[in-house]
Design a binder for this molecule. Structure first.
Ligand code: UD1
Ligand code: CA
Length: 455
């Protein structure tokens, strides 16, 4: 079986410099959705027809199992399939998909392929408003006789509600013969793939139609309005799948998954959260409102309070993160770690039961267990050229507003007095303070403004 994906069209109505099929839907290019679905059918050949200016498409999505056929100029859907022919295996069936119809499901395509082994099979739907689509013309006995494009149709044909979704399958040998006979004598001066239907009828090959399970499977993207409509459909179905798996969502309409979200039992997600890449939430994790998580794993029963931002990080179980916490790439928190508001952590490991509850920057650090990092603590990890490491051992206490000028180590059980600028290692089990001694000057008077009298 061969699959040909048509993706050479211009996409003028997107008004964008990005090729239409590279626009993201649920975090993934439109064409990548179609390629993913096609792969699940295990075709022998998966050929993508791409167009002028589409080098970006090829470089972005290329993979060893893909064949690419350049169509330049774009002279219609029939001409597009012609470009793919040299790549196709002559035996068996060929399935034609559109790169801008991303939600088509494998179940529907399997049905269509099944119908196509000795026939031309067309995926059709009945629409209340069929405007713009090619119409399926049937004879008095209900047999399909041809497809007529709207621009070539009569007023009577325009009343037909059954439309061509564009997705079809047929024996590859027939396809090759039909494509060679296409002409462009029509309203758009294009080589229409749809004209093969009339040819099949002439040859007496059966024409079968199949319908998608859901109407949204065959929706195409021609504009950003349609792109947004499809985004909502995908998000809604992701939300439903999560809820069916036992996730509690405050509002299924206010969740965006732009990648893969894997959840354990009894996870709760509040409104307006965005998940990107691969995110794993273990059992009983609670995600507060307005959190953004990208490529992260959150351990069981951890609570992420509102406006927490996590990227390329691992959070252990029983933690409390946020509100307004930022965990940047390379952050690894063990169990029962508390990270509070306006704390930023980068490329650092923090062991169990440690806390940084307010206003801190922790970068390139290794922090032990039961450490308390006071408000306003900063690891000075960067001298403008190189990055250096800070090590804080178990049970240390870092007083508020301390600066740890890396490379530096705070020993086990050490205490830093508030306001310390640490430039050398702090010994274990010792108080280290670096600040001028406090003095009080008695008899000191505030300066008073001199008032000059007019003479
Ligand atoms: C086509 C069908 C129409 C169907 C409709 C469904 C034909 C002649 N008409 O019409 O019956 O109802 O789709 O949406 O087939 N493409 C190329 N190269 C080209 C032209 C198109 O690769 O030269 C690709 C486009 O990128 C797109 C697909 O083919 O993915 C359909 O092209 P489009 O221009 O949208 O077809 P329609 O005229 O809408
Ligand atoms: Ca179209």
């Amino acid at each position: 079986m061969n699959i040909v994906v048509l993706a050479a069209g211009q996409g003028k109505r997107m008004h964008s410099n990005l090729p239409k099929v590279l626009h993201p839907l649920a975090g993934k290019a439109l064409l990548a959705h179609v390629i993913g679905t096609a792969r699940r059918l295990s075709p022998q050949t998966l050929c993508l027809v791409y167009g002028h200016g589409g080098d970006a498409v090829r470089t972005t999505l290329d993979a060893p199992d893909l064949a690419w056929a350049l169509q330049e100029p774009q002279l219609g859907t029939g001409h597009a399939v012609q470009q793919a022919l040299p790549h196709l295996n002559g035996a068996g069936t060929t399935l034609v998909l559109y790169g801008d119809v991303p939600l088509i499901e494998t179940g529907t395509l399997e049905k269509l392929l099944h119908a196509a082994h000795d026939a031309l099979a067309i995926l059709t739907v009945e629409l209340d408003d069929p405007g713009g689509y090619g119409r399926i013309v049937r004879n008095s006995t209900g047999q399909v006789v041809r497809i007529v494009e709207e621009k070539d149709s009569t007023a009577e044909e325009r009343c037909i509600c059954e439309i061509n979704t564009g997705i079809m399958a047929m024996p590859t040998v027939c396809l090759g013969q039909w494509l060679a006979r296409l002409s462009n004598s029509n309203a758009q001066k294009e080589y229409y793939l749809t004209d093969i239907v009339g040819m099949a009828v002439e040859e007496g090959l059966p024409i079968r139609t199949a319908n998608p399970k859901h109407e949204w499977e065959v929706l195409g993207v021609n504009s950003k309005v349609q792109l947004a409509e499809l985004e909502r459909i995908v998000q809604r179905s992701t939300a439903e799948r999560l809820m069916e798996q036992g996730v509690r969502l405050a509002d299924p309409a206010r969740l965006d998954v732009r990648g893969e979200l894997v959840c354990g039992r009894d996870v709760f997600i509040d409104v307006n959260c965005v998940f990107e890449g691969r995110v794993v939430l273990d059992e009983a994790v609670e995600v507060g409102p307005n959190c953004v998580l990208k490529n992260a794993r959150i351990g069981a029963a951890t609570r992420l309070a509102a406006f927490t931002h996590i990227e390329d990080a691992v959070v252990g179980p029983d933690g409390m993160i946020g509100p307004f916490a930022r965990l940047r790439p390379g952050t690894e928190l063990a169990e029962d770690v508390h990270i509070g508001n306006f704390v930023e952590i980068k490329k650092s490991r923090i062991a169990a039961h440690s806390k940084a509850n307010h206003l801190a920057y922790i970068g390139d650090a290794i922090i032990g267990s039961r450490v308390n990092v006071g408000a306003g603590t900063i690891t000075c990890n960067y001298d403008g050229v190189n990055k250096f490491q800070t090590i804080i051992e178990d049970d240390a206490f870092i007083g508020s507003d301390s600066q740890l000028v890396a490379p530096v180590t705070v020993g086990r059980g050490a205490t830093l007095g508030a306001g310390t600028t640490l430039t050398r290692n702090a010994p274990p089990d010792t108080l280290t303070v670096s600040r001028a001694r406090q003095v009080s000057i008695s008899g000191w008077k505030r300066p008073v403004k001199q008032v000059r009298r007019k003479e």
